[in-house]
Design a protein around this ligand. Structure first.
Ligand SMILES: [Zn+2]
Length: 203
């Protein structure tokens, strides 16, 4: 059984049954919020499954069982530390829009801004945290080789004494040691982070 497919099916089933009930004009109360919640849980499961698979995949290159277990555990711990904000994903938004269309209502459920460390752009997670320190980046720089971001102090501190540091982002394909001239200030990301921080301060 492919979990991702099963989840997709379950999600569609919720939409179908909702549509069925609406089409029949049966006088039942459809709890849209509850149905949205189911969808959210399903998508959360799907994302966790994806992360789990990624952690497994990147440990596969290890040649010994011990090496594999260590690599897998490290990867999986890292994946679990990453925040999950399903409500900001396009998939969830599409599901919500579809459900609302079927039910002919709009729900007042606001988007959850409580989990702001990850933003989603076109299905990709952009992390606001430095991959080494895990702290929110103050001065993000982008690695022009692979596109990943680091906090300037953090990466410069590491690479100035060690010429063999490679990108630590999980699943990064680049094996090129990071050099100062690979790094360029990521102004857009910095603005995003500052925006987020000013929002948090106003809370
Ligand atoms: Zn990278």
């Amino acid at each position: 059984m492919d979990l991702t497919q099963e989840i997709e099916k379950s999600k569609n089933r919720i939409l179908e049954t909702t549509k069925f009930i609406m089409d029949c004009g049966i006088d039942v109360d459809i709890n849209i919020e509850e149905r949205l919640g189911f969808g959210e849980e399903l998508l959360k499961m799907k994302e966790l499954h994806k992360r789990y698979t990624a952690a497994l995949e990147s440990a596969k290159s290890e040649r010994t069982l011990d090496g594999f277990m260590t690599a897998f555990n490290t990867n999986w711990e890292e994946e679990q530390r990453r925040r999950l904000n399903i409500k900001n994903t396009k998939e969830y938004k599409d599901y919500k829009a579809e459900l609302e269309k079927i039910a002919g209502t709009t729900t007042s459920i606001s988007e959850d801004a409580s989990d702001p460390d990850i933003v989603v752009t076109g299905g990709n997670f952009v992390n606001f945290n430095d991959p080494w320190t895990k702290a929110i980046m103050k001065n993000p720089v982008r690695n022009t080789i692979c596109g990943h971001n680091y906090d300037k102090d953090s990466v410069i501190g590491l690479i100035k004494d060690n010429i063999g540091i490679i990108c630590p982002v999980l699943g990064c394909a680049s094996k090129t040691p990071i050099q100062p001239h690979h790094l360029t200030p990521n102004v857009e990301l910095r603005i995003e982070i500052e925006k987020l921080q000013s929002l948090e301060e106003n809370d």
